[in-house]
Write a protein that binds this ligand. Structure first.
Ligand code: AMP
Ligand code: MG
Length: 266
């Protein structure tokens, strides 16, 4: 199965989704050709998004460690005017962040109109790592699905279009990528031994992801599950979804002020 848009309330079994799938693409070269074209068009539409200043686009990326969040951002946002993009990476909350509700830090990072915002991890950590590690009691994280849906509806009602992508890699692929991090000097800094603890909790994470998809994929903020073992498929599939979404916004340059044709610059 290629990239899936989860329907509201749809039960997802990640086990049944092949992370090696490449959809309609046969090979990397073909996909990369389309990707380059998509990136160019996204960059052009981003320019209109900025000029018009009516909509914001929020792209949420979630995955297991080494799932490709950083690589996706690097690839797909390349070529876009840096003034029009805002990337936020969510790490372990600070003491101050923990002293507030879990959406406090998230809300501040939501892109203003005219901007494409990218979340590298997000408020979903609060029903993923937090749930898997029992960082708060169950009755607390249980309520968060509804809080998240309400929050996302608030954003959508205020001009923010939301796309959420889960980069679906296999446990085996994660191992390969960890090994690559260990072996290649320029990747070593990325290896965090603590990631192995998370790897041990793989099945718990899969359950937590599945619940998040079932409960928080909505018409205004759908979840997409992207087979992501092949980076080239991941990139082309995500770029396509972003492009379709931007196209659907029907963006228009604002009308120039009147009388420009007769204007003489002294
Ligand atoms: P990285 O993305 O590799 O820089 O790692 C960031 C770490 O922060 C990951 O282990 C996340 O699970 C963790 N993290 C992000 N958000 C939260 C949160 N709300 N609560 C606890 N840990 C979090
Ligand atoms: Mg990491």
């Amino acid at each position: 199965m290629p990239i899936i848009k989860v329907k509201p309330g749809q039960k997802v079994k990640l086990e049944d989704i092949d992370p090696d799938d490449t959809g309609k693409y046969e090979n990397k070269d073909e996909a990369n050709g389309i990707l380059a074209r998509n990136i160019k068009q996204i960059a052009e539409l981003q320019n209109v998004l900025y000029a018009e200043g009516k909509h914001a686009l929020l792209i949420v990326l979630q995955a297991m460690d080494a799932g490709g969040k950083d690589g996706t951002i690097r690839k797909i946002m390349s070529g876009i005017n840096p003034q029009g993009v805002r990337v936020t990476s969510f790490k372990q909350p600070t003491e101050e962040e923990l002293a507030h509700d879990f959406l406090w830090r998230i809300h501040q990072a939501v892109p203003r109109r005219g901007i494409i915002g990218v979340f590298n991890r997000s408020h979903y950590e609060d029903v993923l790592v937090v749930r898997v590690h029992n960082l708060v009691p169950k009755r607390v994280w249980q309520q968060r699905y509804e809080h998240i849906n309400n929050f996302e509806r608030l954003l959508a009602g205020n001009g923010v279009t939301i796309l959420k992508f889960y980069l679906h890699i296999s446990k085996e692929e994660q191992k390969e990528r960890f090994l690559a991090r260990l072996e290649q000097p320029h990747k070593r800094w990325k290896f965090n031994p603590a990631d192995l603890d998370e790897r041990n909790l793989w099945n718990d994470y899969m359950r937590a992801f599945e619940d998040a998809f079932e409960r928080c994929s909505t018409d205004v903020a759908p979840w997409y599950i992207v087979p992501a073992n092949r980076k080239w498929y991941r990139n082309v599939a995500i770029s396509e979804t972003i492009l379709e979404t931007l196209t659907g916004l029907n963006l228009k340059y604002p009308k120039p002020v009147e009388g420009l044709d007769d204007l003489v610059i002294p």
